[in-house]
Structures are given as structure tokens and as C-alpha cells.
Ligand binder design. Structure first.
Ligand code: BTN
Length: 249
């Protein structure tokens, strides 16, 4: 452990820093991590005024949703960590409210073909390195005022019931911590089959949008480091590590 860095928080959900409104919980968590906050520190907010998702895209955070970030510190940055967080979050939602959920590679959480939430990992490597896992979930809020291009949905709109956000977050954090700690021992491949099962693209034709254009391909598999393995129309196999958008064709 480096100087100025405190020991890991024993139980992630024990001492959550909750704000009414922040710019972004990821931003607060990153600042705290730089100042030595321990692994397992959680920052949550009722609303965020300038939250963001992958590729710096605007993320809508009205009240009634769950918007939080966890500071992680481990010797090595795990492969496929955002897929792992997506897996564990979908598993928790399924067991908690009994609905089917899917993972849209690489980091989206879907239910009934609509976006329920997303994961955003940000980090700094090196001796005092850290990762911030930002998680946004539409729970009690309405999807009406969210980004229309996302085809979003909230849990309440699916189940018809309101969740107690404090209990939901505490239980979710317990589940995430247990799995995160197991993944440090067993690695990403131990979770790969579960991820494959939840990813509706595998074995299907998809359209993948990258910065420099889009192409159709067959999504063949998810690789041992979380990459999407695709076969292009010309038969060439490619590994995709990130994309702007992916959808079934
Ligand atoms: C995505 O779908 O692109 C990921 C969205 C991640 C949003 C969460 S909400 C909590 C945390 N704070 C942020 O500003 N972003 C993440």
C-alpha cells in the first residue's frame, strides 16, 4: 500500500457518501481516489448535473435513478472489468426483482430490449493507480426524459413497483464486492460463460459503428479478455475492443 493510502473498506455498502446533487459521481470518486481514498469507497448522488457515459456521451441522471461510483484498487487492472460489472449487476437485478436482463457488449444493461443502465470505468495506472466503476441504473425514474436515442426503460416501468433505493444499493454493493473479490482470484475467464449466456449478439449478425464508419459482421464470441470476436463479410476474423454502437441487423 502506498503512503497516504488507507486500507480497503471492509464492506463497500457500509459507509456510502451520498450527495443530493453532484456534477458526476465518477468525477468526485476520481478526485477522492487521487487523494488516497481506499478501495471500496462509494459515492452516490440523487441527481447529477453533468454525468457522462462512454465516449463522453451525455448521461441523464434524474432523481429516482441509482447513480454511483466505486473506487477500486488492485495490483492489476482486470481484463473485461466493465463486462464483469455488467454481468454482476444484471445477475443482481434478476435475483432481486425476477426479470430477465441482457448485456449489450461491452457495458450496457438491457431488459425487454431497452436500456436499463450502463457501466463506465475510468482509471489511472501506476503505483497509486485506481479504477472508478461508475454505474447508472434507471430504477424509479421515468424514461420519458432520458436520451431518446438510447431507447431507455426504468425498472419501475417494467415491474410496476417502486424500489427502496437505499436497500437496493446496499444489497447490490454486497453482491458486487463478493464477485469483484472472487474475480481477483479467478480472473475474467471464470465468468466468461455467464457473460456469453447474457449477450444476445453472440452467433448473430450485427452492425458495428466505429469512429471511422460502420460495418456488418457475425458476432462469433467474446474473447478471454472481453473483446468481441467478429467475422466480417469478407471472412476475416477481427477482435473489437470498443465501439460507438452495436445493434442486431
Ligand atoms: C454508458 O452507458 O455509457 C455508461 C453510463 C454510466 C453512467 C454512470 S452514473 C454514475 C457515474 N457518473 C457518471 O458521470 N457516469 C457514471
Amino acid at each position: 500500500m502506498s503512503v497516504g493510502q488507507k486500507p480497503a473498506v471492509e464492506q463497500w455498502g457500509m459507509d456510502i457518501l451520498t450527495f443530493d446533487e453532484v456534477v458526476s459521481t465518477n468525477e468526485i470518486a476520481r478526485q477522492m481516489a487521487k487523494e488516497g481514498a481506499p478501495c471500496g469507497t462509494v459515492v452516490s448522488a440523487k441527481t447529477q448535473s453533468a454525468s457522462y457515459g462512454r465516449h463522453g456521451r451525455q448521461w441523464f441522471s434524474p432523481s429516482g435513478g441509482l447513480w454511483f461510483s466505486i473506487i477500486l484498487r488492485s495490483e492489476t487492472m482486470l481484463d473485461g472489468l466493465s463486462l464483469l460489472f455488467a454481468l454482476w449487476t444484471t445477475q443482481f437485478i434478476e435475483s432481486h426483482v425476477g426479470i430477465d436482463t441482457e448485456i449489450y457488449w461491452p457495458n450496457d444493461i438491457y431488459a425487454q430490449g431497452r436500456k436499463l443502465g450502463g457501466i463506465l470505468l475510468e482509471g489511472v495506472s501506476g503505483e497509486n493507480g485506481f479504477t472508478v466503476a461508475g454505474i447508472g441504473l434507471n430504477i424509479n425514474n421515468s424514461s420519458e426524459n432520458l436520451d431518446a436515442s438510447c431507447n431507455a426503460v426504468s425498472l419501475r416501468e417494467i415491474t410496476g413497483s417502486y424500489e427502496n433505493l437505499d436497500y437496493f444499493l446496499e444489497d447490490l454493493l454486497m453482491h458486487l464486492q463478493f464477485n469483484y473479490e472472487s474475480s481477483l482470484s479467478f480472473g475474467f475467464p471464470a465468468f466468461l460463460d455467464d457473460i456469453r449466456d447474457k449477450c444476445p449478439f453472440i452467433g448473430k449478425k450485427v452492425k458495428i459503428a466505429l469512429d471511422n464508419g460502420e460495418f456488418d459482421a457475425l458476432a462469433e464470441d467474446i474473447g478471454k479478455s472481453g473483446q468481441l470476436v467478429v467475422k466480417k463479410n469478407d471472412g476475416i476474423i477481427e477482435e473489437i475492443w470498443s465501439c460507438n454502437k452495436i445493434r442486431l441487423v
